[in-house]
Design a protein around this ligand. Structure first.
Ligand SMILES: Cc1ncc(COP(=O)(O)O)c(C=O)c1O
Length: 458
């Protein structure tokens, strides 16, 4: 058993007990560190509630998943309806319910979710190369399957270019294309190229034009060395887990042009950005790209675990029967969740709400720089990162943890905010549901300002 002490807060007997038990029952390896370790008893819309009854505004959407908010009633009604869980026969069985597992079989809801997702993608500017869906349950599985397909697509071409400091997951090939050549033993098929971080380390810097020459040179050097083995480029629209760096669109367009020139598969990992995070449904529209393969996850099922690689059938059909199959891919619950989520996006003004909220978030976050606790602000739409400054002896990482803890505690228990543990050591992610009430968001951003002031003054 671990000798690490559980995180405990005064006056939180129930939460403290759960925290202590979990620490003994599970290896902490499955949990990323956060100084608040919030225990959630229930959630609705943009709010979480603790077992002690404290309310916290969710500035994370549960790691960019609940884009529509938590447990929206209309959405749940749709999910339940698609699963046929409404009518109960005399005698107590469901009359029309879809099974939760249909392995080695097909359900109509699966086919419906395919039709709806493809139509939605193809209607989005830049989605015209996409005509097949390879389902999975988690983001890293979608990454893995897409890379398998790209590697098999042209015999003998098995090398991948990934952008340095990206995050695509921890398992298998997804882990191999994450980070850089320095941080672990590497798959010899993976080569990294630079991602323009200094050119977009703040909203202001990002407004400047980018010099693409060094990036073109890196690509050309790789092509000269490995051109006969390269099969694909994988990148994210913006570095998410790597610290919220949102590049000038010309950088991503350069990667795409390189792929077109050399017949490589251009894979865009939108697991974090899909379904409205950057403004439109997909970041590929926002960045004016036309990827061969797009990876979807997180917000795709608004909380039901589901992911997918969507893209060119000729690439996906390089895999044989069963090579990308598993227990949960295209399971009926996930299919129902995807259709319900699409229904909500297609029949409500969620995207417009997100765009309106985006302006409020941007203004509220840029203002935080006045406090001295925040040195850089980066982001777009409803996905932002605020980089904590070093203050005296306290490094940015310490400041970040102090802000998380103060936000968790709230002001006399009120106006509390749930934040994720810092990205890349000292970057706090701000990504509320697109549906958060603008005035409430403003009030919580004002509270964040106060917290930053207090932490800076300590
Ligand atoms: C861009 C991106 N790709 C892939 C993943 C991995 O997804 P999962 O954790 O569901 O395996 C993540 C998760 O944070 C992500 O942000």
């Amino acid at each position: 058993m671990t000798d690490i002490q559980p995180i405990q807060f005064d006056g939180e007997d129930k939460s403290n007990s759960v925290r202590a038990k979990i620490l003994q029952q599970e290896p902490f390896a499955i949990r990323t560190f956060t100084p608040s370790q919030c225990v959630i008893s229930h959630s609705a819309g943009s709010y979480h509630y603790t077992p002690e009854g404290r309310k916290l505004a969710d500035f994370t959407s549960g790691v960019l998943v609940a884009n529509l908010g938590h447990n929206p009633v209309a959405w749940w009604n749709r999910v339940v309806g698609y699963l046929g869980l409404e009518a109960i026969k005399e005698g107590g069985e469901y009359a029309n319910s879809v099974p939760l597992t249909a392995y080695n079989a097909i359900t109509e809801i699966e086919s419906q979710s395919n039709e709806r997702l493809l139509a939605n993608l193809q209607a989005a500017p830049g989605g015209n190369r996409i005509n097949q869906i390879m389902w999975s349950a988690s983001g890293s599985e979608a990454v893995q399957k897409a890379l398998w397909a790209a590697i098999k697509y042209q015999p003998g071409k098995d090398m991948i270019i990934a952008t340095r400091h990206g995050f695509h997951g921890k398992k298998g090939l997804a882990g191999a294309v994450t980070g850089s050549e320095e941080d672990k033993e590497r798959d010899e098929r993976v080569r990294f190229i630079s991602f323009p971080k200094s050119e977009c380390d703040d909203v202001e810097t990002r407004k400047q034009p980018i010099d693409l020459k060094p990036y073109q040179q890196e690509l050309d050097t790789l092509w000269d060395k490995h051109g006969d083995r390269l099969c694909c480029v994988i990148t994210e629209p913006y570095l998410g887990g790597g610290g919220s760096y949102h590049p000038q669109k010309e950088y991503l367009q350069l990667l795409q042009a390189f792929c077109r020139e050399h017949n490589l598969v251009f894979i865009l990992d939108e697991i974090q950005s899909n379904f409205g995070r950057t403004g439109p449904m997909y970041a590929f529209s926002h960045y004016e790209l036309e990827p061969d393969v797009v990876l979807l996850g997180k917000g795709l099922g608004n909380g039901v675990p589901v992911s997918a690689a969507v893209g060119r059938n000729d690439v996906f059909e390089s895999l044989g029967y069963g090579e990308a199959s598993d227990t949960w891919s295209a399971n009926p619950l996930s299919s129902a969740a995807v259709v319900a989520t699409l229904d909500e996006f297609e029949t409500t003004n969620t995207l417009q709400k997100g765009s309106h909220l985006a302006g409020i978030i941007e203004t509220g976050l840029i203002r935080l720089k006045e406090t001295g606790a925040i040195s850089k602000v980066r982001g777009e739409g409803c996905v932002w990162g605020i980089e904590c400054a070093d203050i005296g002896e306290r490094k940015g990482a310490v400041i970040a943890n102090q802000i998380i803890e103060e936000c968790y505690l709230g002001k006399d228990g009120a106006l509390a905010i749930h934040l994720l543990g810092a990205l890349a050591g000292k970057v706090l992610r701000i990504s509320p549901p697109l549906t958060m009430c603008p005035d409430e968001c403003k009030a919580y951003l004002d509270r964040l300002y106060e917290v930053c002031q207090q932490v800076a003054a300590r």
